[in-house]
Design a protein around this ligand. Sequence first.
Ligand code: SUG
Length: 447
Amino acid sequence: MWIEANIDGLVGPSHHFGGLGVGNLASHEHAGQVSHPRKAALQGLRKMQLVASLGIPQFLWLPPWRPNWQLLANLGFRGPPPQRLAAALAEQPQALSAAFSGAFMWVANAATITPACDSADGRDHITPANLIASWHRAGEAAERRSELELFFPSPRSVVHQPLSAIVPLRDEGAANHMRLCAPAGDIAFHLFVYGADGEELSPAWQFLPRQTRAASEAIARRHRLSPDRVVGLRQHPHAISAGVFHNDVIATSHLNVLVHHELAFLDAEQVLDDLEGRFYQTTGVPLVRRVVRQEEMSVQEAVASYFFNSQILSPPLDRGRGGVDVPKMLLLCPRQCQQSPAAGAVIKRLLADPEVPIDHVEFVSLDESMAGGGGPACLRLRMWTQRQNLATLPASRRVTSQLVDRLGQTIERWYPHQLTLPELAELAVVEQIDEATRRVHQCVASL
Ligand code: SUG
């Protein structure tokens, strides 16, 4: 029995709105506004606590250190720290924002993960995403390597190098990958979604597509996935222009359930019909695919409400013992969906559909993350493990009520209440960010 575990990225103390998300409308809209790192981290922690409280294995990754002095040095900003920071702010504010980036919280972009049961060599394969489309994210792969190796030790797993940092191989990780499988978890199909083939550019593009076909195909090859279980899908250019910078902004999936917008993919109906047939033949269970039509919810509304960035979760059935009702599947939506009549109608339709196993919905408040374009699903990376191997995953990163309490107190005490980009050039703020990072690392190490 293979089960899904979630790893969430803890928001760091330098969380701010730099406006650097390529094709990401929320990021652009909030650029330069006042951020609230403490609130952001507590909101993310509460989401992890909720998922853990359902009996779903929930882990977290800690924030890397900020600022990234190496990045500033590479860009030629040298000298004593105050001078370096002031020069970056004056001459290239994007560089200052990138050096203090808190975007690592969105770990759905950290890597593409495929479990051992899917690979020809019987090992888990992990490709850290190179994230080369944006200023502030390209350094994350190196920073996350030790956390990845902690969760995926050799020789059971292979943590590959990120794909080469070249334009045709733009890769943004699990946000553009969907693993569909039977509820037992071991027979799977992989959907890779990309916005461009490779090096081509088009004058029709409003925004640079962040994932390429060349990158997705390389990942499928190096992960040794069976080609007859891999499906490539092109993102609809209309969706990218409307602010769908990752597939998880327009499609969501879990086990044998796939919900997507009709404008998520280009010319994919035949491929997806075919997939439904093959999925049933191979797994013996139907692929429950539901399409949201444009008249039901426009792409603009999907981007505004972030409905498709909801997480679908399966609480373990043994929680039902003792008379507690357990939902078959739960939909964890951003609270913005409550303000969207279109999202409300789609949720109602899914709950009423007897073939869709989702029978419960919860709303979470993640406003600070949402303002940077990150909903519930962006904050988590899924991994699959055999139930009996769960105990071998790093206990220090497991979200328990004790960890939540202690981390909550640490965040309350040490994280900045609010931040703006110019404040990041102040030495006192830099020291506070450094101290807060040290405190959360110490807090987790001490448990
Ligand atoms: O890469 N936002 C992130 C949001 C990532 C969301 N992830 C998924 N969809 N899986 C991004 O655009 C904002 C940073 C800023 O505003 O400067 C940012 O990086």
